[in-house]
Write a protein of this length. Structure first.
Length: 461
């Protein structure tokens, strides 16, 4: 790394701002490159004869501006701007010759098309006034409340213990939850392999983000405990059922995580995008600790991608704050989508679509087990995906590239890694393909590619 340190005599007051500008200048001129590690707060303070508080303030402002990232226990690094556009799936539209196993989505068929057409015809013949005139961000009421309560109970969340807000899907709910529990400079901890939008969201909100060690059940309680001892953690963002690497958190592990959250008084932001799709019957963390949990789910992953409706359940004493954050970011849930969701829950269509999805994914999970079962692949509890571990980042890159050359898109594990380095090499393979013959052929090709490259697959958690 080229010497980029500013001349301490040139640092003007306020010195934190002058230091911040010097680091920005070094990044802009290539003296600091993406991934470069910056000195610790104390090291830089000693070298420039500044107070540690001055350096800390400059680093915090640089994190808020999106120039650097800070990781508890590892230090501060220059952020790669390309990370803002990194997606676990290609930007181009897949052609007929391309099999897209990168984008995680449920199976869609004629049953779904028929259900949507039927719902739209019914609404057209009996159009609720609210769909035309709703313009006020209000708490869900009436029959909508009963439908939401029914769905949350199906997810294992007792709705009476929490206040529920309807949102435009999980992404909106996640943003509102994060904004409600943390302020700029606060520390959020999560799995070291997490949802690909979490780093960008935390950068946008000026939040620090740290990835925690995981095993086949997700976050290690010892890792959460260590992070809370090392710094003031504001909230835990967790995906207890699958996540990108197909970990499923057991009941005892969930209880241990909840006990630590209570011990250190941290909030729990629980992403349960698949909702009732898994059939394991394990209670969400939010059912164990409703007083500190921000639970969200949606109908997108378990029923239909186009049905952008989600539900955010929060502690009663946080309801006013959450409603305000929802109002300034989304204003209100789209009335037409919410009406369709309510009708489907009321008339049993939602349960029928859920059962249809479960049956289809069980079939595809069996196909995945047949073709990839010998490579230590982990099939997600919901059946939507397979995690195929690689021994190193080079093997991951080769597998992604060889698959692309063969006409198959898979999601590289590096896009889910929390931090500047790939923490868990591998690829995520989506099973949401309608045509089972196409899926069989694609997985057969993947198995062949892994054999050709002699990749030593195995559990690397």
């Amino acid at each position: 790394m080229t010497n980029w340190l500013p001349d301490k005599s040139e640092l003007k007051r306020p010195r934190y701002r002058s230091l911040m500008e010097a680091i920005e200048h070094a990044i802009e001129n290539g003296l600091l490159l993406p991934g470069d590690r910056l000195p610790t707060h104390r090291e830089l303070a000693f070298q420039l004869q500044l107070s540690v508080q001055t350096v800390s303030r400059a680093y915090t402002r640089l994190i808020e501006a999106g120039h650097i990232v800070g990781e508890v226990g590892r230090g501060s690094f220059v952020r790669n701007p390309a990370d803002d556009h990194a997606l676990p799936f290609p930007a181009q539209r897949a052609s007929d010759e391309i099999v897209d196993l990168a984008l995680l989505k449920p199976i869609v068929g004629n049953f779904h098309r028929d259900a949507m057409q039927r719902a739209l015809r019914q609404i057209a013949g009996d159009l609720p006034t609210d769909i035309l005139s709703s313009f006020r961000a209000a708490t869900i009421a009436g029959r909508h409340v009963e439908a939401v309560d029914e769905w949350l109970e199906l997810c294992g969340v007792p709705p009476d213990d929490m206040t529920v807000i309807a949102t435009n899907g999980s992404t909106a709910a996640m943003t509102v939850a994060m904004m409600s529990v943390a302020r700029s400079g606060d520390l959020i901890v999560t799995e070291k392999m997490s949802h690909h939008t979490v780093p960008a969201l935390c950068r946008s909100l000026g939040l620090r983000l740290h990835g925690l060690a995981i095993d086949e059940e997700g976050i290690l309680p010892s890792a959460l405990d260590a992070a809370c001892r090392a710094d003031s953690v504001k909230a835990l963002y967790v995906v207890p059922d699958s996540g990108p690497v197909s970990c499923t958190m057991g009941t005892d592990r969930r209880q241990a995580i909840v006990e630590l959250a209570r011990q250190y008084d941290i909030a729990i932001i629980e992403n349960d995008a698949c909702g009732p799709l898994p059939t394991g019957g394990i209670s969400p963390l939010s059912a164990l600790a409703p007083e500190r949990s921000y639970y969200f789910t949606s109908l997108t992953k378990c029923l239909l991608p186009g049905l952008r409706v989600g539900f955010l359940a929060v502690p009663h004493n946080a309801a006013s704050t959450v409603r305000e954050r929802h109002m300034i970011t989304n204003w209100m849930v789209t009335p037409l989508m919410h009406e369709i969701a309510t009708r489907w829950i009321e008339d049993g269509t939602a349960r029928a679509l859920l059962d249809c999805q479960r049956d289809a994914l069980r079939e595809r999970a069996a196909i995945a087990e047949k073709f990839l079962g010998g490579s230590n692949a982990r099939i997600g509890n919901a059946g939507l995906q397979v995690w195929l571990p690689c021994p190193d980042i080079g093997s991951e890159a080769r597998l992604v590239e060889r698959s692309r050359e063969a006409g198959i898109l898979v999601a590289p594990g590096s896009t889910f890694s929390i931090g500047p380095l790939a923490s868990e090499p591998g690829v995520r393979v989506s099973l949401g393909i309608s045509d089972t013959q196409v899926l069989r052929q694609a997985l057969r090709v993947l198995r062949s590619i892994t054999g050709e490259n002699a990749l030593m697959y195995g559990p690397h958690l």
